[in-house]
Design a protein around this ligand. Structure first.
Ligand code: SF4
Ligand code: SF4
Length: 354
């Protein structure tokens, strides 16, 4: 890396970190705004991972004027960070303008992608637009019938990112139901660390989206990933530890309040796995909705593995117990799936998805 590039990246990383701390401070001071929103600019995807329920093959991109209106409304609600997701968001022809608008409105900007459409010019455009975080989820070392999000295919994209990206890159590897070779996750995490990226590990479920404890082999990989050390940020906190053992977690899901999922139709949902609740148009969403949902107990919380929402929840688990069914009708929902990304990584991600 040239000296000047190194200095620029160091400066940008320090700036990013300062903004993240400001985001945390603002969240601790007030519960009246969303910390993280996932925004879907297109539902279409260029891949067809068999476990995925978040894509189609036909949807057009959301018109740019509408996307900008949605970003503006998220800013009016006081949102701290917007992560663009999909489908495959790089299929949106004006994605850079969306990123630029997020930054212009003083929010942090993240992106979750399967990485296939990355090129040097595309990375440079994302640099210029002010992207701050990018996450790619890699499912295996070699492509198979389930997923083509494979290290073998994506490695050259990772090298490209290491050379050209000014934003932080997180690589999410996965383990659990349907993943044929658990050791692949370790290889992916090691490669991420060797390129200077952070790495997270997500646990996936059986076909019904239900929690299943890891088997012995998977738990061994899980342990190894932890040993990769600080640099990998291989986050297996208490929440993830319980998931890996198939045990419930006691926490307060603040979806609809601190976390918003905005689908391609511009509706707010709790999360990608609970679409349809509350399904209110973003333009009609108010601080009163945020207050109500912040306080509403979600019955799917104990076996939820949507880790980005759980991580956002950490900011508030210590306060404001949620209202139970005798005072407010709780949202009656069944389990959610893993998105396996960190609060400060774009998935805050979702993702299990990309
Ligand atoms: S699945 Fe998880 S994130 Fe989604 S609403 Fe339920 S508890 Fe919250
Ligand atoms: S997991 Fe990601 S890459 Fe795979 S089909 Fe779903 S949206 Fe596309």
């Amino acid at each position: 890396m040239h000296n000047r590039t190194g200095i620029r990246r160091t400066f940008l990383a320090a700036h990013r970190r300062a903004r993240e701390w400001r985001m945390v401070a603002k969240a601790l001071l007030s519960t009246r705004h969303p910390v993280l929103a996932h925004l879907i600019p297109i539902r279409r995807c260029n891949l067809s991972c068999t476990y995925c329920n978040e894509y189609d093959k036909v949807s057009p991109p959301v018109p740019i004027e509408e996307m900008l209106r949605r970003v503006d409304h998220l800013a009016r609600l006081g949102t701290s960070m917007v992560t663009i997701s999909g489908g495959e968001p790089l299929l949106h022809p004006e994605l850079d303008a969306v990123v630029k608008r997020i930054r212009l409105r003083k929010m942090m900007a993240g992106l979750i992608t399967n990485g296939y459409l990355l090129s040097v010019p595309r990375i440079q455009r994302l640099n210029q637009a002010g992207l701050e975080h990018l996450q790619i989820s890699i499912d295996n070392v070699n492509p198979d019938d389930v997923s083509k999000k494979s290290l073998k295919v994506l490695d050259r994209k990772l090298v490209m990112l290491a050379e050209h990206a000014d934003f932080a890159v997180n690589i999410n590897s996965v383990i659990g139901s349907g993943i044929r070779f658990p050791k692949d996750a370790l290889q992916v995490a090691r490669r991420a660390v060797s390129l200077g990226f952070s790495s997270t590990l997500g646990i996936i479920h059986d076909g019904e989206g239900q929690l299943r404890a890891l088997d012995e082999k998977e738990r061994a990989v899980y342990g190894e990933t932890q040993k990769l050390g600080k640099k990998s940020f291989a986050r297996f906190n208490r929440f993830q530890e319980n998931i890996s053992r198939g045990k419930p977690n006691q926490w307060r899901c603040r979806a609809g309040g601190r976390y918003l999922y905005v689908c391609e139709d511009g509706l707010i949902h709790y999360c990608s796995q609970q679409r349809g609740y509350p399904a209110i148009p973003l333009q009609d969403y108010t601080r009163e909705h945020i207050r109500q949902e912040f306080n509403r107990r979600k019955t799917c919380a104990p076996f939820c593995t949507v880790s980005c929402v759980q991580q956002v929840g950490l900011l508030d688990n210590w306060r404001s117990p949620q209202i139970d069914s005798s005072q407010m009708e709780p949202a009656l929902l069944t389990g959610g799936r893993d998105h396996g990304a960190g609060l400060f990584s774009p998935a805050g991600t979702r993702d299990r998805r990309a």
